[in-house]
Design a protein around this ligand. Sequence first.
Ligand SMILES: C[S@@+](CC[C@H](N)C(=O)[O-])C[C@H]1O[C@@H](n2cnc3c(N)ncnc32)[C@H](O)[C@@H]1O
Length: 231
Amino acid sequence: MDNKKQSWEESYQKKDNFLFYPHEEIIRFFAKHISQRTGLTTFKKKHSNEGLPKVLDLGCGIGRHVIFSHEMQTEAYGVDLSESAISFAIDWAEKEGIQDARKRIIQSDITQMPFQNDFFDFVVSHGVLDSMSANICQKAIADTHRVMKPGGYFYCDLISGDDSAHNPDFSGEEIVQTEHEKNTIQLYFNRKTINDFFSPYFDIAEIALIKRTNSLNNQFISRYHIVLKKK
Ligand SMILES: C[S@@+](CC[C@H](N)C(=O)[O-])C[C@H]1O[C@@H](n2cnc3c(N)ncnc32)[C@H](O)[C@@H]1O
């Protein structure tokens, strides 16, 4: 299976996905399930763990959600295919005072992660499971299930075929032709493929389809934002 590692390395050399601030839906997930910021130095705990919850950013890129996770009072971990992205993420995490950054932020394919079974309380993943072939995505979902504790929550987002370039029910793979993420894979989802891929491992706790329309020309894209609970 071609995981397009070389194309991702080239993409990071061009500084694609050098993103430094957390995505709004990740902030929302943390506030609801993990930790809600109530002041400059105060947080309201939303989880039931005794100590800090272990949170994995699956496909962490340069680490924006690992850093956010650490700021939100967790034991933060990250994993990504790209060596250059991981190297940047480790440097950033060390500057932010994350202990054992080199042990916690790891280069690996997410189909076979070097973490024990039932290790993480939560997993978050933004723009990742739709950036690979369907085959690899299904294996990654199975390995995510393996590394999570029973009942743990998993946030991810997926691009929907419901955009102005496809018919609303489209699902399938396309090779990215634009300069941004050139030669990587874009995997489009509909409700059926989401159910087929996730239902052996997770229950869907929340699912929202968020549409963004350019009002100048009516072109639109949409993404599913999903909260899953490990079966
Ligand atoms: C669009 S980027 C998103 C990065 C990050 N989640 C963020 O929100 O900034 C997609 C990421 O998925 C990673 N990726 C793609 N296929 C992967 C695989 N098989 N295993 C691990 N990471 C993978 C890429 O290296 C890239 O960092």
